[in-house]
Design a protein around this ligand. Sequence first.
Ligand SMILES: C[S@@+](CC[C@H](N)C(=O)[O-])C[C@H]1O[C@@H](n2cnc3c(N)ncnc32)[C@H](O)[C@@H]1O
Length: 141
Amino acid sequence: MINDLGIRSDVELMHGLDLREPRLVQEAILAVVRRLPGGVRVVVEVIGWPDYPSNEQVSRFLSAVYDALPPGSFLLTGNVLRSPRWLSWLQRLFIENVFRWMPMHYRTVSEFKGIVTGAGFLVLRESIDPNRGFVVVTAQK
Ligand SMILES: C[S@@+](CC[C@H](N)C(=O)[O-])C[C@H]1O[C@@H](n2cnc3c(N)ncnc32)[C@H](O)[C@@H]1O
């Protein structure tokens, strides 16, 4: 995507930032943006983390990201998908009891896209893995 858009591919990893703290997230993004030339567009990647918090927490996080981003910037985010109907309890049982993963919020594609658009972003693309286990959403401010 970075190549397609002609964006320079400098990467900043934000270590030690608690994503449940929207104000800190916003400050961290603004600190990076302030160092960059005016009119720059950035890409924020946060794939997998939205699996854990509630809808409200993800919404607060994404709104904080949206407010901090320069116009035209991109968000790359993803969530574990909910299996259809009766399979969903089997999915949870298996993942939490056999794999012993932390409990997650299994969302539908439209539910997750609703959270992303609710924060102000325009969804450009959704990519679903062949096993329908995960969705990655590309969105723009
Ligand atoms: C499923 S991993 C995804 C990692 C990476 N984005 C990827 O796609 O490979 C979820 C990540 O969220 C991080 N994480 C969990 N809770 C967090 C929090 N409150 N603040 C920041 N990161 C958190 C975990 O440490 C883990 O690295």
